[in-house]
Ligand binder design. Structure first.
Ligand code: UD1
Ligand code: CA
Length: 459
């Protein structure tokens, strides 16, 4: 049996410097709220329970996160970090340990937390500290002559000698729940800010001879918090840089790793190439040897191997078979399923359409609610008229049909296998297989017709 673990996430603060109506921890980082990253890191520890302390912004936060496996503790008013943790105590399993995290410190790595949980499991207090070139604003770690952690002094309460200390408190700690509860009981707000400091429990622990083991993050960015939009943007670049490094390590060529945005998960096979300024959202999976041209936005898509996506495509909720060629300027909307070797060209929009092997829709077309067979050729400017103002209807185009340019297919309608539609046809009834169908006014020429001549004005 492993020891029970409660993760407490502090997120009640106001976030004044964000200058925002949205609670700070709901601001997105890589497309997910800041606190979503923290909860995801907490989830990897498989804790007995997670409790979030909220306050500023009221019910907005619990509503937005909408997780019924998370306990919510309201802190109102906000009297400091120690007071905040106290509000969570009713949700804490007192037989185990507590790990304290922050809703605005999003990049903390599960590996770092795992190490701290192990230390606490062995009966010590794990405290995450870091040496900063510029420690100003942070609580300083005061050690005794033997190098053991003695207490934490907040910047505003520190003496000049203490201000010279570069080792700072990240705020993240893991310790016995029962001991924490007892120490929190003895906190006072007798300090420069008149707050109940969580950090004061360190001096109490040291005085009782508790083993305090400082841990350190693998990199500074793990413990950076977000207080302003500039810091948010800084962490966004850092996270994107990490994602880019992972992709390159997996064999993906990024033409410029600084110009890639992944707001979800992106899985790529070897030898994919991603050109500059592409945005990936939701879950995107790309097969080997696929090229994504510059300036594409791709969301919730499955893309096969050897596909070429030319620049400026927008793909959402689509699957693309191997060796297809898409774009430039194509828009694939939800429900688009393209088989292998399909060609979709410029200014073509597809929605809820299945397109069979090696079919081509190369120019200026809208194909929605349609089933298109194999080796079909759809000419420029073809439109499926799928919507009658009330209901959507399907268009079926069977294998090897040829749709002439500027055709409207008024659904529900079927074009038979091998049928040809003449250019400019407005198809309102099914077209039989293997024959030419067209609807077109007869062409005529008026002999002797003269262009009008402009009248001479009388001067
Ligand atoms: C805190 C630490 C400091 C550490 C620093 C790291 C204390 C007393 N100080 O200082 O040693 O170096 O973090 O960033 O703990 N919060 C609440 N309720 C409150 C107050 C704060 O939920 O009543 C939350 C905030 O939303 C925030 C976090 O706790 O996420 C830290 O609060 P903040 O006021 O920023 O603490 P610092 O003064 O930065
Ligand atoms: Ca802070």
């Amino acid at each position: 049996m492993t020891r029970p673990l409660t993760v407490v996430v502090l997120a009640a603060g106001k976030g004044t410097r964000m200058k925002s109506d949205l609670p700070k921890v709901l601001h997105p980082l890589a497309g997910r709220p800041l606190i979503g990253h923290v909860l995801a890191a907490a989830d990897t520890l498989e804790p007995t329970r997670i409790c979030v302390v909220y306050g500023h912004g009221g019910e907005t936060l619990p509503k937005a996160i909408a997780r019924d496996d998370v306990a919510w503790a309201l802190q109102e008013p906000q009297l400091g970090t120690g007071h905040a943790v106290q509000q969570a105590l009713p949700h804490v399993d007192m037989a185990g340990d507590v790990l304290i995290l922050y809703g605005d410190v999003p990049l903390i790595r599960p590996e770092t937390l795992q190490e701290m949980v192990l230390i606490a499991g062995e009966g010590a207090l794990a405290l995450l500290t870091v040496k900063l070139a510029d420690p100003s604003g942070y609580g300083r770690i005061v050690r005794n002559a033997r190098g053991q952690v003695e207490r934490i002094v907040e910047h505003k309460d520190a003496s000049p000698e203490e201000l010279a200390i570069h080792e700072v408190n990240t705020g993240i700690l893991c310790l016995s729940a029962a001991k924490l509860a007892a120490w929190l009981d003895r906190l006072t707000n007798d300090n420069a800010q008149g707050e109940y400091y969580l950090t004061d429990v360190i001096a109490m622990a040291a005085a009782e001879g508790e083993r305090i083991l400082p841990c350190h993050p693998s990199a500074e960015w793990e413990v950076l918090g977000v207080n302003s939009r500039a810091q948010l943007a800084g962490l966004e670049r850092r996270l994107q840089g990490n994602i880019a490094e992972g992709l390159m390590a997996a064999g993906v060529t990024l033409v410029d790793p600084a110009r890639l945005d992944v707001r979800g998960s992106l899985e790529c096979g070897r030898d994919c190439l991603i050109d500059v300024n592409c945005v990936f959202e939701g879950r995107v999976v790309i097969g080997e040897n696929t090229i994504v041209g510059a300036n594409c936005v791709i969301k919730d898509a499955e893309i096969g191997a050897g596909v070429e996506i030319k620049p400026f495509c927008h793909i959402d909720g689509a699957s693309i078979g191997a060796d297809a060629i898409i774009g430039p300027y194509a828009r694939l909307r939800p429900g688009t399923e393209l088989a292998e070797e399909v060609h979709i060209g410029n200014f073509v929009e597809l929605k809820n359409a299945q397109v069979g092997f090696n079919s081509k829709i190369n120019h200026l077309s809208y194909v929605g609610d349609a089933t298109v067979g194999r080796k079909v050729n759809i000419g420029a400017g073809t439109i499926t008229c799928n919507y009658d103002g009330a209901n959507k209807h399907r268009t079926v185009i069977e294998d090897e049909a040829f749709i002439g340019s500027d055709t409207q297919l008024v659904a529900p309608v079927t074009v038979g296998r091998g049928a040809t539609l003449g250019a400019g046809t407005t198809l309102t009834k099914d077209a039989p297989p293997d024959q030419l169908t067209l609807s077109r006014a007869k062409q005529l020429t008026l002999s002797g017709w003269k262009r009008p001549v402009k009248k001479q004005s009388d001067k």
